[in-house]
Write a protein that binds this ligand. Structure first.
Ligand SMILES: Cc1cc2nc3c(=O)[nH]c(=O)nc-3n(C[C@H](O)[C@H](O)[C@H](O)COP(=O)(O)O)c2cc1C
Length: 173
């Protein structure tokens, strides 16, 4: 699928069928994330993949929504602050930026495979840390459930280009 179609077709899926996702599809999705660019190519990320029903059920507690429980696969994307690039002048840590790009690759690849996804960041971070046994320097940034859906894509509501683009200089606020 063309990238412009993928971008247009992707939406946050909050309803999943029980149809299983093939292991080969999960690997294709992870491969797309692996190829993402990152600052200095440090690749400061880990992908914790949950597919076992027992683990998915248990993990549901970190984001207790019925639709989240339905998805047959769940990937927890984590940043590794010990490996991320920090900009010298201000110390800014680019881990979140790197991880966000990898997640975007991941969700677009899933879209290409006909699968639905949803970024989830509003989860119980401490509980997720505990359940996944994450070391202190590994941060769970987002959870992405993956699965088939019968839901219909909503119309995208977005700001217009004129609201968000400034040409040459930042004017008009
Ligand atoms: C960083 C980030 C965090 C998000 N966290 C959640 C979340 O916790 N729960 C949820 O249902 N959707 C979450 N979303 C999905 C957004 O609500 C959604 O992307 C936005 O409303 C645009 O809709 P669309 O994805 O269907 O185009 C998140 C999206 C992003 C990018």
């Amino acid at each position: 699928m063309e990238i412009s179609k993928l971008i247009a077709n992707r939406y946050s899926v909050r309803s999943y069928t029980s149809q299983l996702v093939e292991q080969s599809q999960i690997l294709e999705i992870l491969e797309a994330a692996r190829l993402a660019p990152s600052a200095c190519n440090y690749q400061p990320w880990y992908f914790v993949v949950l597919t076992e029903a027992e683990n998915l059920n248990d993990f549901h507690e970190v984001y207790p929504r019925n639709w989240f429980r339905e998805a047959p696969v769940c990937i927890v994307i984590c940043s590794d602050h010990s490996q991320s690039w920090k900009r010298k002048p201000d110390g800014k840590d680019f881990a979140d930026v790197d991880v966000a790009i990898a997640i975007d690759h991941l969700v677009l690849k899933a879209t290409e495979l006909g699968l639905g996804t949803c970024w989830i960041c509003n989860f119980d971070v401490l509980l997720a840390r505990k359940k996944l046994q994450l070391p202190a320097h590994i941060e769970p940034v987002a959870i992405v459930p993956i699965g088939y859906t019968n839901s219909v894509a909503p119309v995208k509501t977005r700001k217009s280009l004129s609201e968000i683009v400034r040409w040459e200089k930042f004017t008009g606020l």
